[in-house]
Design a protein around this ligand. Structure first.
Ligand code: UD1
Ligand code: M6R
Length: 365
């Protein structure tokens, strides 16, 4: 079943042009998005006071990546909940809320208990899942199957990118067709249709990421700085590295750098900075300058052709990725980090598909 690949994680990373195509199949019609599972509920969702995203691990990170464009296209405030934390706090959920549950397996215990809680509180409950017939799919009022195909590796890869794409289609479906948003919507829909080919381009970085992994093989820790649309990319990249390569890694909001993390910077600690082109680009350029001034060991991810603008000194390692519509860029940017985590794991001699202590589906609290 692994075909020409050595591991399921590797297969699933390389499958993404296809899995993203199946996520979108039959759902993008010219300038329109049709999600069969949501169409009868869009009115209710549009009238909700707040959208609350709820999930765990990678699924939470996918929702975090979706948050900025959800707010932009729907105009509805979006808040984020890690399922266990919502339950620990018994945080407020109201009838006027739309609670969106994101889960690849549809069987994660914390997420399902949070769903029961939201149902009891009268919220509109929407599922985003990869698993037809899962408890999540059955118990939510409505939802979207991401149709990424079965994911076997414990580390979630193709489900992450398909979750983001499914949520971008959901945001487009909720957002109305105000004149002011028409050109933005058209650009996002066009960006979605171009994604599979751009993912194919990014996957060509495979051997470059293997080389980078070789240079990091003995590192004790790896930091990843992102912001804006790519804050989630930083968290998700770091989660991949820690869960499969068994290397300490933290994703951080670049805007928080001076509020603590900067103290860690020295010549040895590798730091990945995500600085692809978007409204945060100049802020990321200044983050790079500040890390450089403290002799940080920098690896910068930038848009194609930007190597000299992100690293004028030529002293950082640069990963160039193709550019997409800004809000879809997280789908491309995570892929080099998935490849990096994969190669680091193989080089360090750990089990890629079945990392120690972890299960694919966490069905206990
Ligand atoms: C559906 C069919 C698909 C068919 C298409 C043709 C299924 C599973 N999907 O896809 O095979 O090609 O029509 O028009 O038969 N749901 C939830 N919670 C969730 C996820 C989904 O309640 O977490 C519900 C949806 O609201 C919907 C149903 O499950 O009622 C199917 O969802 P989805 O597969 O996303 O719908 P379509 O894309 O229309
Ligand atoms: O099936 P789910 O999406 O609900 O799973 C949530 C997390 O357990 C899962 O994403 C976990 O973080 C992955 N192993 C990450 O790769």
């Amino acid at each position: 079943k692994k075909g020409k690949y050595d591991h399921f994680m590797q297969k699933e990373i390389h499958e993404q042009p296809h899995s993203l195509t199946t996520t979108m199949r039959g759902r993008l019609k010219d300038s329109n998005v049709v999600l069969g599972g949501l169409k009868d509920h869009l009115r209710t969702i549009r009238h909700s006071r707040r959208i609350v995203f709820i999930g765990c691990g990678t699924s939470y990170n996918a929702a975090l990546a979706a948050r900025p464009f959800f707010e932009e296209l729907s105009g509805i405030p979006v808040t984020m909940e890690i399922a266990s934390d919502l339950l620990d706090r018994q945080g407020p959920i109201y009838r006027e809320d739309t609670a969106v549950f994101v889960s690849q397996s549809g069987e994660t215990a914390d997420t399902l208990i949070a769903l029961e809680y939201a149902l009891e509180n009268g919220a509109m409950c929407v599922g985003i899942t990869n698993t037809v017939g899962s408890t999540l799919a059955r118990k939510t009022h409505c939802g979207v199957h991401i149709n990424a195909g079965c994911e076997i590796g414990v580390a979630s890869t193709k489900a992450y990118t398909s979750q983001i794409v499914a949520m971008s289609m959901m945001a487009l479906a909720i957002g109305d067709d105000r004149i002011s948003t028409q050109s933005r919507r058209a650009a996002i829909i066009n960006g979605l249709s171009e994604l599979p080919n751009k993912v194919r381009e990014v996957l060509k970085l495979d051997s470059e990421m293997r080389d980078l992994a070789e240079s990091l093989i003995d590192s004790e820790s790896l930091l990843v700085f992102g912001r804006g649309y790519n804050y989630a990319t930083a968290l998700e990249g770091a989660l991949k590295v820690k869960e499969v390569a068994l290397m300490h890694s933290e994703g951080m909001l670049a805007g928080e750098m001076k509020h603590g993390p900067l103290a860690l910077v020295d010549e040895t600690l590798p730091i990945i900075v995500i600085a692809t082109r978007d409204a945060c680009f100049s802020k990321q350029q200044s983050v790079i300058q500040q890390l450089h001034a403290r002799k940080g060991r920098l690896i910068v991810m930038c848009s194609e052709g930007d190597a000299t603008s992100v690293c004028p000194s030529g002293s950082c390692r640069v990963i160039e990725v193709p550019q997409s519509e800004d809000c879809l860029q997280p789908v491309l940017n995570i892929i080099p980090l998935q490849l990096l985590a994969y190669h680091l794991t193989v080089l360090r001699g750990y089990d890629v598909d079945q990392p120690r202590n972890l299960a694919k589906s966490v069905t206990t609290q």
